[in-house]
Write a protein that binds this ligand. Structure first.
Ligand code: FPP
Length: 235
């Protein structure tokens, strides 16, 4: 998505912290997991909308390294929801030429889920539309820890550059997020894309994730285009 062809006014990558599923369910007297089920509908609607608008990258925080602290029931519900989505939505991704990739430490996930993830990545690898990055068992600190470990393992013996670090991140080769959206009124980063968000613009919505629709996304994008990004310089 561009605005007047000015490089600093481009919006290539939007990252979203999809918060408020639990509250959505609680407000309706339902169990938390049903909030996630409803949240996934919202996620799919948003992916379709971002794809229609010509966005290049969208990153979605689906499961953090801290989310394991939730009840076993909720964790397994979320994992199954993600698994089922990947198994059932290949047609949706294919029709929209959407590429799906994953960030996070996938090695701790159920082996059959890991297999499904690899297969979806492989089957969508050639698609040239929107790239959806699903962050699963993702934490910014854990990503940096793994990046440092990769560098040590590579035996690097010269001074480390920012480019070295970037090339070891899960997001290697992907532009930093221009805009980070968080729903449900919380205003914090919660260990999401810590390195990559250095110059991201932030947009907070009071709406709970299942209620966050395309019109809210458009409002965030419009606000983004109204901001002046200086990247530490002076206009
Ligand atoms: C935060 O709400 C939401 C999550 C931890 C899970 C988000 C996951 C989905 C919407 C499903 C995504 C699946 C795919 C395949 C993209 P919360 O539970 O922290 O809400 P609360 O703060 O109201 O309790």
């Amino acid at each position: 998505m561009e605005n007047g062809g000015d490089q600093t006014r481009m919006c290539r990558h939007i990252a979203i912290i999809m918060d408020g599923n639990g509250r959505w369910a609680k407000e309706r007297g339902k169990i938390r997991s049903l909030g996630h089920k409803e949240g996934l509908k919202s996620t799919k609607r948003l992916i379709q909308h971002a794809s229609d608008r010509g966005l290049k990258f969208i990153t979605l925080y689906a499961f953090s390294t801290e989310n394991w602290k939730r009840s076993e029931e909720e964790v397994s519900y979320l994992m199954n929801l993600i698994h089922l989505h990947l198994r059932q939505e290949m047609k949706f991704y294919k029709k929209n030429r959407i590429r799906v990739r994953f960030i996070g430490d996938l090695s701790r996930l159920n082996p059959s889920l890991q297999e499904e993830m690899k297969s979806v990545e492989r089957d969508t690898a050639e698609f040239d539309g929107l790239t959806v990055l699903l962050a699963i068992n993702y934490g910014g600190r854990d990503e940096l820890r793994r990046a440092v470990q990769k560098m040590i393992d590579s035996g690097i013996s010269r001074p480390v550059t920012e480019a070295d670090i970037e090339s070891c991140l899960d997001t290697a080769g992907i532009p930093d997020p221009d805009l980070i959206i968080r729903t449900a009124g919380e205003q914090r980063l919660s260990n999401f894309l810590m390195w990559q968000s250095a110059y991201s613009e932030f947009w907070y919505s009071p709406k709970l994730w299942p209620d966050f629709g395309p019109e809210d996304f458009d409002e965030a994008v419009d606000a983004y285009f109204g901001r002046e990004r200086r990247f530490g310089g002076i206009k």
